[in-house]
Design a protein around this ligand. Structure first.
Ligand code: AMP
Ligand code: MG
Length: 405
């Protein structure tokens, strides 16, 4: 009995343990997952400061047309002095600490920019253009959860806190093995029977895109000895991904040899299209993803199954891409029974997002993958979809990887 898409994904995620953590220099943490929650060691801003170039004033002295005496200047990085006396103003630059007595900033453009006396044009309210100490981030508040993906904003925050290094979950070393008697490596001579091993490259690129370390083991041939040797080697890493040799053909021996190596199989065959023969297994903490060999199926099953698993292994909290509803520009149909991953091109139209099929959905057609920027997830039980119907889609590529699920 094939497993449903949802059950297959849950079974996988139930078997994935996070790797240990390590401390890395701040910039090296980009795209990685924070190992432990972070409470603010400092408040931000650290002192009351001006949000504009202008004059620090006492709001009670101010009304349209009033003239104030300019008593000094505070540059960014300057000390918060002189204090603002009654009827006075102090020139102040953006980011400079507000001086005693000041409770509002009047931007230059709302004044005549006078040097000794300054005339205010409009009304002034208490608190105008002041960034108060701690208003952004309070001391001790929980600012980042364990498993937060470190993007430029998180790195900015860590830098503001003075962190030169950060504890993140270690990168997964992921073994990649292609299988098949017909395969040759890139650069080897070709003839009419051979197929270039492209799957190792798409898988390695996908692993790398997620922040993992791909280890390409090359090609195992469709025989027991070759598979035994290469699969045992693959089991020494944090995870193993194989492609091909997992369907029902005479020489599809991957599952049999995994079994011989004591790898426990959790499912084989999923109600999806493409990617039906996918198998998932594990030995101790090492997950094994046996993906179908067709290059399009390999990429789509990586996207749907392996990607969330590796993200979870590398400590990320958000591992599933958010599904967004996008309207189909054209009617489409499928057979009921399996979830269909339709390769689509999403674009923005006058009424929001729209999408079209990116081409022939036959799994042999790589061009359809090249033109796709998203995968539409068509539910198993459905058959006909009308033009204009909105269906679930997730975007392809790394940017979406960082969004919460
Ligand atoms: P299989 O799952 O072994 O039946 O392979 C399915 C199809 O994928 C066949 O047409 C294979 O030639 C092709 N294929 C298998 N492995 C690779 C690979 N590593 N790179 C490119 N194509 C492959
Ligand atoms: Mg094969």
């Amino acid at each position: 009995m094939p497993t449903s898409f949802e059950d297959a994904r849950s079974l996988i995620l139930d078997h994935i343990e996070p790797l240990p953590s390590e401390t890395v220099p701040l910039l090296e943490s980009l795209g990685r997952a924070l190992a432990a929650p972070l409470d603010a060691p400092l408040e931000l801003p650290r002192f009351d400061n001006s949000a504009m170039d202008g004059y620090a004033v006492r709001s009670e002295d101010c009304r349209p047309g009033v003239r104030l005496t300019v008593c000094g200047t505070i540059p960014a990085g300057g000390r918060p002095e002189p204090a603002v006396p009654v009827g006075g103003a102090v020139k102040i630059m953006t980011g400079a600490p507000t001086p005693p007595g000041c409770d509002a900033i009047v931007p230059f453009e709302e004044t005549d920019s006078g040097e000794e006396l300054v005339t205010l044009y409009g009304p002034v309210n208490k608190g105008d253009h002041i960034r108060y100490r701690g208003e952004d981030i309070a001391l001790g508040s929980r600012v980042l959860a364990a498993g937060a993906t470190l993007r430029p904003p998180e790195i900015s925050l860590l830098a503001s806190f003075g962190c030169q290094s950060v504890e993140v979950v270690r990168r997964a070393k992921v073994a990649i093995l292609s299988t098949g008697d017909e395969l040759v490596e890139v650069g080897e001579p070709l003839d009419e029977r051979t197929v270039v091993n492209s799957n190792s490259w798409s898988l390695a690129a996908s692993v790398k895109e997620l922040g993992g370390e791909p280890v390409m083991l090359g090609i195992a041939r469709d025989n027991r000895d070759s598979l035994l040797e290469k699969l045992s080697e693959g089991l020494q890493y944090d995870a193993l991904i194989t492609s091909a040799g997992v369907s029902a053909g005479d020489r599809d021996l991957v599952r049999e040899v995994l079994d011989e190596l004591g790898v426990k199989q959790h499912f084989w065959k999923v109600d999806i299209k493409p990617g039906r023969p996918t198998a998932f297994a594990s030995r101790e903490a090492v997950p094994v993803f046996a993906l179908p060999g067709n290059p399009v199926s390999t990429m789509i099953t990586f996207e749907e199954f392996v990607r969330p698993a590796l993200l979870q292994m590398m400590g990320h909290r958000a591992v599933l891409k958010p599904l967004i509803k996008v309207a189909l520009a054209e009617a489409t149909r499928k057979k009921p029974g399996r979830v269909q991953f339709m390769r689509v091109a999403v674009s923005s139209g006058p009424d929001g997002l729209r999408m079209v099929s990116s081409g022939d959905q036959n799994t042999g057609i790589l061009g359809t993958m090249l033109r796709a920027n998203a995968i539409a997830v068509l539910p198993a039980e459905r058959d006909d979809f009308a033009a204009g119907e909105a269906v679930d889609v997730h975007l392809l590529g790394p940017a979406a990887a960082l969004l919460a699920s």
